[in-house]
Design a protein around this ligand. Structure first.
Ligand SMILES: [Zn+2]
Length: 114
């Protein structure tokens, strides 16, 4: 398994993780209900991570407008490419917008300008 994922999908899973994290922390506050300070801290942390994930979702929205929509040559579906190299959202086919990188081993570092 390659560790690479489509960037938009990856950010989306990160935002989802933040929401879960927030809810778990807020749920954890129940165990400290005797202690008002701890409850406040846990609730605030939980709320903050949920707010953060909302921010990340907004960021995805912004990124999506910048992403280039292409038809994947492998599975024929419409996918979004972010940066110089990215992966198909559906079949994980490496895609590039830069013809000079075509056929090269997929590498996340290719996104960085050299
Ligand atoms: Zn594909």
């Amino acid at each position: 398994m390659k560790p690479y994922k489509n960037k938009i999908n990856r950010i989306r899973s990160f935002a989802l993780g933040l929401i879960f994290f927030g809810f778990i922390i807020m749920y954890g506050a129940i165990f400290f209900r005797e202690n008002a300070i701890l409850v406040t801290i846990f609730m605030t942390l939980g709320l903050l991570s949920i707010l953060a994930s909302t921010g990340v979702y907004l960021w995805i929205g912004l990124l999506s407008t910048k992403a280039v929509q292409v038809v994947c040559p492998n599975c024929g579906k419409h996918t979004k490419v972010l940066g110089r190299v990215d992966m198909c959202m559906y079949c994980k086919e490496p895609l590039t917008l830069d013809p000079s990188l075509e056929g090269q081993e997929f590498d996340q570092s290719l996104n960085r300008k050299r």
